[in-house]
Design a protein around this ligand. Sequence first.
Ligand code: SF4
Length: 216
Amino acid sequence: MKKIITSYGNFLRNTSTLYRSAAEKNNANCKRGCFECCSAGFFDITLLDALHLRAAMRQVPDPLRSRILARAEEQLDVLEKKKAFSRRNPLLRTEKDIDRVSLRSARVSCPALENGGCTIYEHRPHICRIFGPTIRGARRAVHLEGCGYFKKDIPAADFPVLDNYADEEVLLRKMFRKAGRVRLIDLDTIIPAALTMDLSKWLFSTNGARNGHVKK
Ligand code: SF4
């Protein structure tokens, strides 16, 4: 699993390089100081993103690490009280699971956000690296819906986001195969859980992977 997590880290770095150059080419960079997408509630990240983030947290120095983890634990406590999330069952398997947690955390900031900046920028999840302007393919088809603040789109010819998802899927399949599963299923989580919990045991346990949504 360590090798897969390392490959995923390389995939994330390549994604950022390609995305940055596409954003610059199309003059579609995020506005300096904007952190709205980091402070509008929790979104889903893949289990592989979660394992990568958890491993990367070892490189984050104390006391920053302690502050991030303390905020994440507090946020999970609140979400559990609101019955939006459960540490006993931390994987999001359906759109309904994802909607429940994002709706009930709508005004909550990411635990890694401090003074308007991402404190784990080098390790941030996949979606954090590619979210911003809308990415459009042929005939203006939306390949990734953006945040709405951009006047300009990024053409998929400059950042082929569907190919990028396909590359991500190769690694997800490897992760599931490593866990003894033949099929790729949707098993997502949220950043506070990724930071504070060892989710690998859920991947390897029968219950953890059982009821996920099977991808074709
Ligand atoms: S990990 Fe960083 S970029 Fe992603 S939501 Fe949190 S603060 Fe924002």
